[in-house]
Design a protein around this ligand. Structure first.
Ligand code: NAD
Length: 507
């Protein structure tokens, strides 16, 4: 079916991308997509019907069968072209991200830059996916092992990084010879279509990259479809757990990255100005809607009061505005429901005895009165029993917990069910070493607030922040999207005597 680009009321429709073409599909259900800075409807998203899902998976299956046989040189040639197109179109793509997500333009360009890094890693797949060879393991026998694609893999992604998270997955999946189906967030889906067009322009064969829109029904369809071999999921913990359990039960390989509560521990020996600068940026950048955002500061001993003064001063300087405004530091949150939920949690902390030192509730931005804005908020004296501590707030709210020692800080972080990222600010190597060794978290920063690993390392949390055995992108990404095969071979000389034996083979 050919795509229709506007609805009867003049709103742009956002289509699927199946078998190399934009298509409205046969499903009739739709859902509005908003600009969170203005509250206006920006587009009408098509939601896949079960028939659309079957069409998409069938096209991907067919494509996977031939794409896996394409030479590494040709595959990487396409990846290099995709890399060039992505770099050249960063500004346009960033505007699409800001228009549906709300983050400021420079931050949108930043997430594209981090995705680009994974594309560059995937351009070197000839090196990172190469096999191993052992000569003469037994007389006249060699063993070699190599990796082959899974086949059809699907990526289910969250709203907060509509370009970077799909690019944590697709370049590595495609470079290793798989067909990839992206089910992006319904909240900011247009960036995924832009990526699809770039893949096509780069020369990727039809069906190797698919975009299929939908909600729970579409996700369930992918998790249970017999022709889908692997699932990469990034989103909230409850859904990550559900995705992991359901897809595993249906025989698929699964990596499911969940939510987070990231603590930054500040020691009294830290450079407090540096710590305050970095914690402010990491707590309020992207309105706190990052899985690696610092949402809790753990102030140790006498670091507390001096740090609070600095954090409060910096929070007051943050300019909240439409992300398209070049002067904006921070944009809106994603939905009115998010705004309501965040403001409720701040209120509960105040009622439970914490001090709301900077209060972003009820913020109105001039000429954007219908936008979903919450201002920077700092809550001091938060305890582990408060919802401000137990909930992943996912908004511009920094909770401060005060403790007396590094041991107490480590105990607090390790007792938290999440284990995505954490940081320590200190000038002591001994403190840093003790923290990095003892902390039960997957990614740790030392005087670095957002320790997102570069693309040739892998990204992943522990505990309720990741379900499955593999971290994402980098070497773990290559392993996730491929299966190992080991070949033991003998090529006897024509006249050679047989050595067959009933004993277990030895040298
Ligand atoms: P979400 O869990 O609501 O949605 C993620 C994806 O799951 C979307 O594509 C959505 O359509 C789908 N989905 C939603 N409800 C579903 C259901 N009931 N059944 C099946 N599928 C469903 O997450 P979000 O609000 O879009 O994103 C924010 C969350 O993602 C936060 O918790 C954040 O910490 C997390 N996140 C984690 C990482 C990480 O690397 N660990 C990275 C980015 C975001």
């Amino acid at each position: 079916m050919s795509p229709q680009n506007t609805t009867a009321t003049g709103v742009r429709t956002i289509n699927h991308f199946i078998n190399g073409e934009e298509t409205a599909g046969v499903g009739t259900a739709t859902q509005p997509v908003y600009n969170p800075a203005t509250g206006e409807v920006r587009g009408e998203l098509r939601l896949a019907s079960p028939e659309d899902l079957n069409t998409a998976v069938a096209a991907a299956r067919k494509a996977a069968d031939s794409w896996g046989d394409v030479s590494i040189a040709r595959r990487t040639g396409i990846l290099f072209k995709f890399r060039e197109l992505l770099a050249a179109n960063t500004d346009e793509l960033a505007r699409i991200v800001t228009g549906e997500h709300g983050k400021v333009l420079s931050d949108a360009a930043g997430e594209i830059g981090r995705g680009l890094e994974v594309v560059e890693y995937a351009c070197g797949i000839s090196q990172s996916a190469k096999g191993e060879y052992s000569d003469q393991v037994s007389t006249g026998i060699d063993v070699y092992s190599f990796r082959q694609p899974l086949g059809v893999v699907a990526g289910i992604t969250p709203f907060n990084f509509p370009v970077m998270v799909p690019l944590w997955m697709a370049p590595v999946a495609i470079a290793t010879g798989n067909a990839f189906i992206l089910k992006p967030s319904e909240r900011d889906p247009s960036a995924s279509l832009f990526l699809a067009r770039l893949w096509k322009r780069a020369g990727l064969p039809d069906g190797v990259f698919t975009v299929l829109h939908g909600g729970k029904e579409t996700v369930d369809g992918l998790l249970t479809h017999p022709d889908v071999d692997g699932i990469s999921f990034v989103g909230s913990t409850a859904i990550a757990k559900y995705v992991h359990e359901t897809a595993t039960r249906h025989g698929k390989r699964v990596q499911a990255l969940g939510g987070a509560k990231n603590h930054a521990v500040v020691m009294p020996d830290a450079d407090l100005d540096l710590a305050a600068d970095h914690i402010t940026a990491a707590a309020f950048g992207s309105a706190g809607q990052r899985c690696m955002a610092v949402s809790v500061t753990v102030a140790v001993g006498e670091a507390g009061d001096a740090l609070m003064d600095r954090l409060v001063a910096r929070a007051h300087d943050i300019k909240v505005a439409n992300g398209l405004d070049p002067a904006a530091d921070m944009g809106p949150v994603i939905t009115p429901a998010s705004k309501t939920r965040i403001e409720k949690i701040v209120g509960e902390a105040g009622e439970a005895g914490a001090a709301v030192l900077v209060d972003g509730r009820g913020l109105l931005v001039k000429d954007h009165e219908k936008g979903f804005f919450v201002g920077p908020t700092i809550i001091d004296g938060v305890t582990p029993a408060m919802t401000a501590y137990t909930e992943e707030i996912f908004g511009p709210v920094l909770s401060v917990v005060r403790v007396d020692s590094l041991d107490e800080a480590i105990g607090l972080v390790n007792a938290n069910p999440y284990g995505n990222g954490t940081a320590i600010f200190t000038s002591s190597g001994a403190n840093a070493r003790a923290y990095t060794r003892r902390i039960k978290v997957g990614m740790v920063g030392v005087n670095v607030p957002l320790p997102v690993p570069v693309a040739w390392h892998s990204f992943g949390g522990w505990k309720d922040s990741l379900f499955g055995d593999h971290h994402i992108y980098g070497p773990d990404g290559v392993r996730f999207y491929t299966r190992g095969k080991a070949v033991t071979q003998r090529w006897p000389e024509p006249a050679q005597e047989s050595t067959a034996s009933f004993n277990f083979p030895s040298s």
